[in-house]
Write a protein that binds this ligand. Structure first.
Ligand SMILES: Nc1ncnc2c1ncn2[C@@H]1O[C@H](COP(=O)(O)OP(=O)(O)OP(=O)(O)O)[C@@H](O)[C@H]1O
Length: 229
């Protein structure tokens, strides 16, 4: 894999579900160090776009290159490998395991990839500290919503992804927590040299991205100047 490959390059993507064409010839490039926000009406296909980029669902047509490899033709095992190697994902509700401590949640992707426990825990601790999440003595279920989301960002960064995806990462948060999570998220492309693709309904969050795109009739269009809906 070329080290300087573009984190995400999508060309001519068609995706249809149950007779309904959601994405139609969609093109999108997310470069290293760049953040892109995708907005659009409920049901327009934003989360589907992320699921496609994760290789969880397959398009009917088009190319979807992650770090230079088109994941459309790959086997499930190959997709899993590519995802573990190159992609970090943050969900709306963090999706942390409440039975595990925060540090265990964050270290988990590295442990699943077969990394050794000690250095994985050290790295998880470092990430949590950097992102302002309590490391010791607080159970995952006791974290505030904002802390949980920052722990989810830490977990997504654990394997140093080239591509960071986030689906409504601040959707469940109050304004202060939202701002803190957005600060952390939008700092990552510059600090860690990844590409960031964020789906959000929140205009203030989207406005922090280098580019804001609007999903409309299956295409992505520049949304600057639009009233948004
Ligand atoms: N497995 C499925 N079977 C049938 N329809 C589905 C399935 N998954 C998604 N859909 C439909 O596809 C459309 C797009 O869903 P998607 O979640 O991608 O939209 P979205 O833009 O992310 O919406 P929201 O902003 O509300 O989260 C919706 O109408 C949804 O009901």
């Amino acid at each position: 894999m070329e080290p300087d490959a573009i984190p995400l390059s999508i060309r001519g993507l068609d995706y249809q579900i149950a007779d309904r064409k959601l994405l139609s010839g969609l093109d999108l490039t997310v470069h290293t160090g760049e953040s892109v926000a995708v907005m659009g009406p409920s049901g327009s296909g934003k989360s589907s776009l992320l699921s496609l980029a994760l290789g969880l669902i397959k398009p009917q047509a088009g190319q979807l290159r992650v770090c230079g490899t088109d994941l459309v033709g790959l086997s499930p095992a190959q997709v899993t490998r590519l995802r573990r190697q190159h992609i970090g994902m943050v969900f709306q509700f963090g999706e942390l395991l409440p039975e595990l401590m925060p540090i265990e949640n964050v270290a988990l992707p590295a442990l699943l990839s077969g990394k050794r426990k000690e250095p994985s825990y050290q790295q998880a601790r470092r990430l949590l500290e950097e992102l302002g999440v309590p490391v010791d003595g607080v159970a995952t279920a006791e974290l505030s919503g904002g802390e949980r989301q920052r722990a989810a960002v830490a977990r997504a960064l654990m394997e140093s992804p080239s591509l960071l995806l986030a689906d409504e990462p601040t959707g469940a948060l109050d304004e202060d927590s939202r701002n803190h999570v957005a600060d952390v998220l939008f700092a990552t492309p510059g600090q860690r040299g990844c590409g960031l693709l964020v789906v959000t309904h929140d205009r203030a969050v989207a406005a922090r991205a280098d580019r804001v795109l609007y999903l409309q009739h299956g295409h992505l269009v520049e949304s600057a100047g639009k009233d948004g809906r």
